[in-house]
Design a protein around this ligand. Structure first.
Ligand code: NAP
Length: 537
């Protein structure tokens, strides 16, 4: 049986039920001795030995034009485990030259790949899907080791990531065109969909597999080759993916992976090279804007999945237990480091105290520790920059009148572990109201009327995900329509699935990933007008 927990809808209930079954709250993983002053006060033996059933999935070279290779100058960088600070592997530190080589190889491989029938491409993607699921445990261990999320979330991400490969393999066969009624009797108008050409992808560390397969799946399905630059912090999952793609029969040059510690250097080549027809990027809005500007000179098609500032509105008529369950699942998944994580809880006056009390109880029940150890709900933050941002937002909020209901400091485990936190008395002048915190911090605002809540929710340049809880059917439709967001969770805290369109409005991005719309970003529309078709002999 495949393990499907984690990223799928069941995660909310799983976490919630686990929390409310009263797991111990000593803040320590099993087998650890508390040493508050130590940087890494963990039992390393439990978590440092990465044992894969298939050791061939731990790759330490990049993959260009069907070959595993080093950087031209032999440079490398370390990949570390955020749970322990230890080096897991060393990978090539590539630059513009290797990137150009991968782009040229993709261009050469494109004609044969696009010439395959959709059914042939779908068969290869289906094989890749099964390879991903057959290796789910190894891939989850690898992913957890490099990004720190709890192992049950890692298993869920592998299943979620694989689902995009399966889905887009199926969609390849449904990239229909149109026959349009012509305004003249002697013409036929045919609309065809064709692969856009060589694609490049740049992805973040918070979903080392799923953010990659959301791009690689539709690109390959559409008949496009693709070159990926994974995040510096998490290249190992991407390298394991390309190894499995190779085993599934993806031809040389069609899918290459460039590893680098210098995103701007590789990004500059990807965005300026005229062979590249499309860039798909997931990451911060700031980086997205840089890449968008860089793509202007060669007018590349863009998909941008950028940052958010998600509101989570709890109305007086909400089911409060359901709202707390949704809040935990949405806010604390991956230590609060997802683009659709709640950033602002807007809670109506009548239920503010009740919601805060129940949320604090749920947060206090969470178990913190290394992701690789079964049973933990929250791992470390990805790196010290992430830790500093969380601390900065909390200090700013406290200096302006917020109150710590629970947490609010670094965890005794050391490193980049941070206590899951709830702050009350949040106001709009605080940083946490305007910027993505990307950490395990719930910030509770109070509101009085529905109109006030909607205005507060929309008062941001971002528009990725929003959530609200109510039992009033008329309000469901009213508020659902009024929220300026690409994704709205209504009485639901987990909204990600391969069958639905994922993406933002405003400065949260362009385009949609997943669903039947997701393949469109990798296709060009060609209109062909056939003339001289006289109606009579
Ligand atoms: P980031 O700093 O923008 O980095 C994302 C990727 O871009 C990484 O691979 C990074 O490389 C690379 N990069 C950075 N600067 C670059 C440049 N000038 N040229 C080319 N590549 C460059 O974002 P992050 O901190 O890793 O990820 C968190 C952000 O992603 C959050 O804002 C989150 O909301 C957003 N996100 C959005 C979605 C969505 O679907 N909308 C999903 C997940 C995450 P290095 O790793 O080497 O820095």
């Amino acid at each position: 049986m495949y393990e499907l927990r984690g990223a799928l809808p069941g995660v909310a209930s799983l976490i919630f039920e686990k929390l409310f079954q009263g797991s111990s709250n000593d803040g320590q993983p099993k087998g650890c001795q508390q040493q508050p002053s130590a940087y890494w006060s963990l039992n390393m033996n439990d978590i440092t030995n990465l044992k894969l059933a298939d050791s061939g999935l731990l790759k330490t070279q990049a993959y260009v034009n069907g070959e595993w290779c080093d950087a031209d100058d032999g440079a490398t960088f370390d990949v570390t485990n955020p749970a322990t600070g230890e080096v897991i592997a060393t990978v090539p530190d590539m630059g513009a030259t290797e990137t150009r080589r991968a782009i040229e190889a993709a261009d050469a491989a494109w004609p044969a790949w696009r010439a395959k029938t959709a059914k042939e491409r779908a068969a290869i993607l289906r094989k890749l899907y099964f390879l991903l699921m057959d290796n789910q445990e190894d891939l989850a261990q690898l992913l957890t080791a490099e990004c720190g999320k709890p192992i049950f979330e890692g298993r869920g991400e592998i299943a979620y990531g694989a689902s995009f490969i399966e889905w887009f393999g199926e969609e390849a066969k449904r990239a229909y065109g149109d026959v349009v009624p012509a305004p003249f009797n002697d013409r036929r108008i045919v609309v065809d969909k064709q692969p856009i050409g060589v694609c490049v992808a740049i992805t973040p560390w918070n979903f080392p597999i799923a953010m990659v397969t959301r791009k690689v799946g539709p690109a390959l399905a559409a008949g496009c080759p693709i070159i990926l630059k994974p995040a510096e912090d998490t290249p190992l999952s991407a390298l394991a993916l390309v190894e499995l793609a190779n085993r599934a029969g993806v031809p040389a040059g069609v899918f290459s992976v460039i590893t680098t510690s210098n995103g701007p250097r590789v990004g500059a080549e990807m965005t300026s090279n005229p062979i590249v027809r499309k860039l798909s990027f997931t990451g911060s809005t700031a980086t997205g804007k840089i890449l968008m500007r860089q793509c202007a000179d060669t007018v590349k098609k863009l998909s941008l999945e950028l940052g958010g500032n998600a509101p989570f509105i709890v109305f007086d008529d909400a089911d409060i237990d359901a709202a707390v369950k949704g809040a935990i699942a949405s806010k604390y998944r991956n230590t609060g480091q997802t683009c659709v994580c709640v950033n602002r809880f807007l809670v109506q006056d009548g239920v503010y105290d009740q919601f805060a009390e129940k949320l604090v109880a749920a947060v206090k029940a969470m178990k913190i520790g290394a992701g690789a150890q079964e049973g933990n709900d929250q791992g470390p933050l990805i790196n010290t920059a992430g830790l500093s941002k969380v601390e900065d937002h909390i200090q700013d909020a406290l200096s302006k009148g917020a109150v710590t209901a629970t947490g609010g400091k670094r965890h005794a485990l050391g490193g980049t572990y941070y206590e899951p936190t709830v702050l009350t008395g949040i106001t709009t002048d605080m940083k946490i109201a305007r910027e993505e915190t990307f950490g395990p911090v719930s910030a509770l605002f109070r509101f009085k009327t529905e109109a006030e809540a909607v205005a507060m929710a929309n008062d941001t340049e971002f528009g990725l995900a929003a959530y609200f809880y109510t039992r009033d059917a008329a309000r469901v439709w009213r508020v659902g329509a009024a929220l300026e967001y690409g994704i709205v969770g209504i009485n639901e805290g987990i909204i990600s699935t391969e069958v639905a369109p994922f993406g933002g409005v405003k400065e949260s991005g362009l385009g949609r990933e997943g669903s039947r719309y997701g393949i469109e970003d990798y296709l060009e529309i060609k209109y062909m007008c056939m003339g001289g078709l006289n109606a009579s002999e």
